[in-house]
Design a protein around this ligand. Structure first.
Ligand code: NBP
Length: 483
């Protein structure tokens, strides 16, 4: 074993242990440390036995075992634990040493920690890591941001442990300063919520409207996974639908209440704060909330009636329509997610590489799919693309699938089957391509009751008018602002 380790990793839970083993398998020597020190011994004597992994029984021992500039990666529970470890590490570190937080941290914390550590002459990286336990061991998607000067030191390790796509490129690239990496990871998770919800809606429509069994739907998803929908989430859905227990599809006996850990909510809140319509992911988060109101829904189902689903069309043709609706809605979801990242980049002064982000998501993570190649190409062709819907490829795709998409939505609505994410996507599409929305009336209403003023179509932008609509109000207008 080398006299000094290439990197130290703190946090021997599922992610930390697997990342250490991954790093070691790529030729790096790693020092492992954990708050509960007996887990270090158990790891060294167990999964790490005989490998280039050394255990540390204290922070001092960890720091002293590392090559300079020291690189210490925290894979601990996000929040206070990260701040606590940072405080414990600072007194032992030298200028230029690097702390990396690989947890699911909310990006404002990474902004704060980057500034704090840089003020102490240290460097900080906040890296989103996706791929779960298996990804950590065999190749995750890694989205690092923080102190730019830290990247050259961490890059060889991160890019060698990250997932690789067919052409050999790593699903890990520098994202940007401060919390940019954790922001992009957060949007990844939001998109994951959206993708999962869209698949669930397609499943619901096939089950409730077409009366299909899990086995029949398994076959549809297997087919879909052969084409442009080829993705990890379609693939696992195919396998889930085929999984049986005592001759019965397991999915049919799973209670319909969804859990969530909060990253989808962060994405939606961030969109609200930045004034970006992220409607599909918002609906995906709310759909989980509605599903969790199980008892209330069961009661409401007894009292509120709706149409009984009836389908008398061509089933195969409808399944193809559904496939196209899924693709169209997915395009809108990514379009919205990218607009959110663009706005956040403006707000925080980040230089985001949008094609590179699609590349990072192409392998190793939950939303990996061949679809991301098309996104990368769209941004490589036009780096300042304002909205994915305007790229020639996606414009053509939406145009060719919108007839099918509308047929599916009409069928879902008229048969009383909820498809909130797919319909939100279609409403966004119809709103985005509308050159005159009814916001003229809305501005009139705001001016009527609150003297909030309005602009006019027959006057230059930036001139604001107030009308005394009732003859009773004065001429004083309120301040106006746009969100
Ligand atoms: P957990 O999120 O379960 O965290 C366990 C680790 O945190 C242990 O090392 C534990 O030490 C340490 N820890 C805790 Br809990 N509270 C602490 C405190 N107050 N002070 C110091 N250490 C503390 O582990 P994980 O599932 O491996 O996830 C690690 C990070 O990676 C998290 O931020 C997670 O959100 C993120 N992540 C997880 C996944 C996944 O699939 N699990 C995927 C991607 C990202 P102890 O042993 O002494 O209790």
């Amino acid at each position: 074993m080398k006299a000094l380790s290439d990197i130290g990793l703190v946090g021997l839970a599922v992610m930390g242990e697997n990342l250490i083993l991954n790093m070691e398998s790529k030729g790096f020597t790693v020092t492992a440390y954990n708050r509960t020190v007996n887990k270090v011994n158990a790891f060294i004597d167990g999964r790490a036995a005989g490998k280039n992994i050394r255990g540390a029984s204290s922070i001092e021992e960890l720091v002293q075992s590392l090559e300079k500039p020291r690189k210490i990666m925290l894979m601990v529970k996000a929040g206070q634990a990260v701040d606590d470890f940072i405080e414990q590490l600072i007194p032992h570190l030298d200028e230029g040493d690097i702390i990396i937080d690989g947890g699911n941290t909310h990006f404002p914390d990474t902004n704060r920690r980057t500034a704090y550590l840089e003020s102490k002459g240290l460097l900080f990286i906040g890296a989103g890591v996706s791929g779960g336990e298996e990804g950590a061991l065999t190749g995750p998607s890694i989205m690092p941001g923080g102190s730019p000067a830290a990247w050259e030191h961490v890059k060889p390790i991160f890019q060698s442990i990250a997932a690789k796509v067919e052409d050999g490129s790593a699903c890990c690239e520098w994202v940007g300063e401060n919390g940019a990496g954790h922001f992009v990871k957060m949007v990844h998770n939001g998109i994951e919520y959206g993708d999962m919800q869209l698949i669930c809606e397609a499943y619901h429509i096939m089950k409730s409207l077409l009366g299909m069994s899990a086995k029949e739907m398994h076959e549809v998803f297997a087919r879909w996974n052969e084409g442009e929908l080829d993705s990890y989430l379609i693939e696992i859905t195919r396998d889930i639908l085929a999984y049986e227990e005592d001759g019965e599809a397991l999915v049919d006996v799973i209670l319909d209440t969804a859990g969530q850990k909060g990253t989808g909510k962060w994405t939606a809140v961030s969109a609200l704060e930045l004034g970006i319509p992220l409607t599909l992911i918002g609906e995906a988060v709310f759909s989980r909330c509605l599903s969790a109101q199980k008892d209330e829904r069961v009661e409401a189902a007894k009292q509120l009636s709706g149409p009984s689903p009836v389908f008398d069309g061509d089933k195969e043709a409808f399944i193809e329509d559904l496939r196209q609706a899924l693709i169209a809605a997915k395009i809108v979801s990514y379009a919205q997610g990218y607009v959110l990242m663009r706005e956040a980049a403006k707000e925080h002064g980040w230089q985001l590489n949008y094609g590179g982000i699609a590349m990072m998501w192409r392998g190793g993570c939950i939303i990996r799919s061949i679809f991301l190649d098309d996104i990368r190409e769209a941004f490589e062709a036009q780096s300042d693309l304002p909205n994915l819907l305007l790229s020639p490829f996606f414009k053509e795709k939406i145009e060719s699938s919108q007839g099918a998409w509308r047929r599916v939505m009409a069928a879902a609505i008229s048969n009383g089957i909820p498809a909130p994410a797919m319909t939100a996507a279609l409403n966004y599409f119809d709103g985005y391509r509308c050159d005159r929305l009814p916001a003229n009336l809305l501005q009139a209403q705001r001016d009527y009751f609150g003297a909030h003023t309005y602009e006019r179509t027959d006057k230059p932008r930036g001139e604001f008018f107030h009308t005394n609509w009732t003859g009773r109000g004065g001429d004083t207008s309120s301040s106006t602002y746009n969100v």
